[in-house]
Design a protein around this ligand. Structure first.
Ligand SMILES: C[S@@+](CC[C@H](N)C(=O)[O-])C[C@H]1O[C@@H](n2cnc3c(N)ncnc32)[C@H](O)[C@@H]1O
Length: 274
């Protein structure tokens, strides 16, 4: 099914399609789908646990809000016949999603104003999304509205760069630069710590929250380091002098090589019942 279409099998799901071009991050300079797949690997274990708790195995209608390029849409373990919908503000992201998740009905719209009737989903989730939204309370309130009473509302991964740990200490500036760059791009780098309050204010019940752990099997992995630096260099371009960035890159490579490097961004999750 193509971008912006809704499923004829589920006429209750609304039809409004707002074709707005998305955020600056889809500027073509990065392979964002590969990045999102990498981020999805980080949260794989936690997702399995939370999806179970939030009712994915029995859900009939599921919404991935801010689905981006479809990194999560494709591999969801839903029951046979269940429908997984994707929604995103960015049309270019959805174009990519349509090639990765062939079955999913995709809609281009703002999460703060969902084009669905009340109580139509059994589970609504988002993954690395709320930090990018100007009014996350409104988005979570909308997530609750479109979820049936007792259904699950789940924010899987909201980072908090204010609590970022970089070691060796010479690398600490990286965290500050990235947080500042996110702010300048309109994101809230400390969304993680705000998440549980937003869920409470949105009226969700039995809210459970926590922070993802960090496990590093191969801190020197050249693939991970390259991806991390691709993102950083995209974020910092024009904001931090090139020679400063290069200096950090060299320090980072040396620390990874010696096995000393620690990079941890506390990443929060929350789920509750509508
Ligand atoms: C970091 S990406 C994450 C994509 C996907 N959830 C994943 O984990 O692979 C954030 C996504 O949220 C979308 N987004 C940001 N604000 C939004 C809003 N108000 N409504 C819907 N989507 C939004 C962006 O367009 C982007 O695709």
């Amino acid at each position: 099914m193509g971008v912006g279409q809704t499923s004829a099998r589920h006429p209750k799901i609304g039809l409004l399609q707002l074709f707005r071009e998305g955020l600056l991050i889809y500027n073509g300079a990065m392979d964002w789908h590969t990045r999102y797949l990498q981020q999805a690997q980080w949260t794989a274990q936690l997702r399995a646990y939370l999806f179970q708790k939030a009712g994915l195995p029995t859900a009939q209608h599921v919404l991935d809000l801010g689905c981006g390029t479809g990194a999560l849409l494709d591999g969801l373990s839903v029951k046979p016949g269940a429908a997984v919908f994707g929604l995103d503000l960015s049309l270019s992201a959805l174009k990519q999603a349509s090639s990765h998740a062939l079955e999913a009905p995709l809609t281009c719209a703002d999460g703060a104003c969902l084009p669905y009737a009340d109580s139509v989903f059994d589970l609504v989730f988002c993954h690395f999304v709320l930090l990018w939204t100007p009014d996350p309370l409104r988005v979570v309130t909308e997530m609750r509205r479109v979820t049936r009473p007792g259904g699950g509302v789940l924010a899987l991964a909201e980072p908090d760069y204010g609590g970022r740990i970089d070691y060796p200490v010479e690398l600490a500036a990286l965290g500050r630069w990235q947080a500042e760059s996110l702010r300048q791009q309109g994101a809230e780098p400390e969304m993680g710590r705000k998440l549980v309050g937003i869920f409470a204010r949105a009226g969700l019940e039995r809210v459970e929250t926590g922070v993802m752990g960090g496990e590093w099997t191969d801190p020197a992995s050249p693939k991970d380091a390259k991806m991390e630096w691709d993102v950083l260099e995209t974020d910092l371009a024009g904001r931090v002098p090139l020679n400063e960035i290069q200096k950090m890159k060299t320090l980072d490579a040396a620390a990874r090589q010696s096995g000393e490097r620690v990079l941890f961004v506390p990443t929060f999750y929350a789920w509750g019942a509508a």
